[in-house]
Design a protein around this ligand. Structure first.
Ligand code: 5GP
Ligand code: MN
Length: 332
C-alpha cells in the first residue's frame, strides 16, 4: 500500500488523535494544524489540536484556532499522533516525550532536513508548505473542503511562500490556492489579516532591527540583530520578530541574510520549550537567495530547515556569534 493510503487507513481506524505543530508557529504550522484538525473532527474523530506556544495574533482570525490547546491533560490517551511541519520531533516543544509514547506517530512535513521520526512519514521537500501536503491528504480522504478549512490551507501556502515570492513557490501553490478561492476564500481579506494588522510595537522593533543591519565586506551576507532589550524598549511581543529577516534578505547582492535573536527564557514562553526546545540563549535564522544551501549551514550548527530558509540555536556571546556569522561570508 502507498504511504498516503497507509496513513489514511491509520487515521480512519483511530478514535483519539493528537495533532501537533511546531512551537512559535508560523502561518503554515497554524494553517496545517487547523485544516487537518477540522477535517478529522468532520470525520467524527476526537481530535485534539495542540501547539505549545500562543497562536500569533495575525492568525487568530482562522476559525478553528479557538480549538487549539497549549497543554495536554495528564493521563490523556491517544491512539495516533500527527506531527506537522516539524523537521524533528523536538520542534513540538515540551510535549515531545508524550508524543513519542503514542502508539502511532505520523510525521507530515516538507523540510529537507526532516529526521524521519515516527512510524509513518509523509515528507515532501518539493511541497511549498505542509499545508500543500495536508490538502492532498484531505482530498484523498474525500473530506469536503469547507470555507474554514480552505482559509487555513490558503494561509499556510500564502505565508510559507512569502506571498508567492520564495523559491518554494510552485505550480501546485497556485493550483491549490485557486481551488481555495473558488471555495470562497477572499485573498484580500486574508492578506489584510496576516500583513495588515501589525502592532505599533512590531513596527518600532522593525526600526531598531533595520538599524542593526551589518553587511559582510564582500556584500554577500547581511546580519540583523534583535535583543530582549529591543523587544522591551518597543513593547513588542515575541511573535513580532517573525518575518523581520526578509528586510535583510532584500538587499542587492546579498546571498544570505541572518537574524540573530536573543531568546527570552521563561517569561513569554519563547526560549526554553520554544524555538526547538533549546536552553541556548540565541536563535539564528538564515535565508538565502537560492545560491547557498543554508540548511547545510544550519545543520553544521545542530539546526536544520530548507535550503533557502533554515535556523539553529547557539550558546555563545553576541560578539562571538556575530564574528562567526560574518566569517561565513568568506566562503560565498
Ligand atoms: P526560522 O529560523 O525562521 O525560525 O526558521 C526557518 C526554517 O528553519 C523553518 O522552516 C524551521 O523549521 C527551520 N528551523 C529553524 N530553527 C531550527 C532548528 O533549530 N532546528 C531545525 N531542525 N530546524 C530549524
Ligand atoms: Mn512550513
Amino acid at each position: 500500500m502507498e504511504i498516503m493510503e497507509q496513513i489514511i487507513d491509520k487515521l480512519k481506524n483511530s478514535k483519539r488523535v493528537l495533532i501537533a505543530s511546531h512551537t512559535n508557529p508560523d502561518g503554515d504550522a497554524v494553517g496545517s494544524l487547523v485544516a487537518l484538525g477540522l477535517s478529522l473532527l468532520t470525520l467524527g474523530k476526537e481530535a485534539v489540536l495542540f501547539n505549545e506556544s500562543p497562536i500569533p495574533a495575525v492568525y487568530r482570525f482562522l476559525s478553528g484556532v479557538d480549538q487549539v490547546v497549549n497543554r495536554l491533560k495528564e493521563g490523556c490517551i491517544f491512539d495516533t499522533a500527527v506531527v506537522l511541519d516539524c523537521g524533528d520531533l523536538h520542534r513540538v516543544g515540551g510535549a515531545a516525550p508524550i508524543v513519542e509514547h503514542i502508539p502511532v506517530v505520523i510525521n507530515i512535513d516538507h523540510h529537507v532536513t526532516n529526521t524521519r521520526f515516527g512510524h509513518f512519514q509523509l515528507i515532501d521537500p518539493e511541497a511549498c508548505a505542509t499545508a500543500e501536503i495536508i490538502y492532498r491528504l484531505i482530498f484523498a480522504m474525500e473530506i469536503p473542503v469547507t470555507l474554514e478549512i480552505a482559509n487555513a490551507i490558503y494561509t499556510g501556502i500564502l505565508t510559507d511562500t512569502g506571498s508567492f515570492r520564495f523559491s518554494n513557490t510552485n505550480r501546485r501553490a497556485f493550483e491549490i490556492c485557486e481551488k481555495m478561492v473558488s471555495r470562497g476564500v477572499d485573498p484580500y481579506r486574508i492578506a489584510q489579516q496576516v500583513y495588515g494588522t501589525y502592532s505599533l510595537g512590531r513596527i518600532k522593533l522593525l526600526n531598531l532591527a533595520l538599524d542593526s543591519i551589518e553587511i559582510s565586506k564582500n556584500g554577500k551576507l547581511s546580519m540583523m540583530v534583535v535583543t530582549q532589550q529591543m523587544i522591551r524598549e518597543t513593547r513588542a511581543r515575541a511573535e513580532d520578530t517573525d518575518g523581520l529577516i526578509n528586510y535583510a534578505r532584500g538587499i542587492k547582492d546579498v546571498k544570505v541574510a541572518v537574524l540573530i535573536e536573543e531568546l527570552n527564557h521563561g517569561r513569554d514562553g519563547k526560549g526554553v520549550g520554544a524555538k526547538n526546545f533549546s536552553p541556548l540563549p540565541y536563535h539564528v535564522s538564515l535565508r538565502s537567495d537560492g545560491s547557498v544551501d543554508v540548511a547545510a549551514i544550519a545543520a553544521a550548527f545542530g539546526g536544520g530547515g530548507h535550503s533557502s530558509a533554515a535556523g539553529f540555536n547557539i550558546g555563545s556571546t553576541l560578539p562571538e556569534i556575530k564574528t562567526k556569522i560574518i566569517g561565513l561570508a568568506e566562503e560565498m
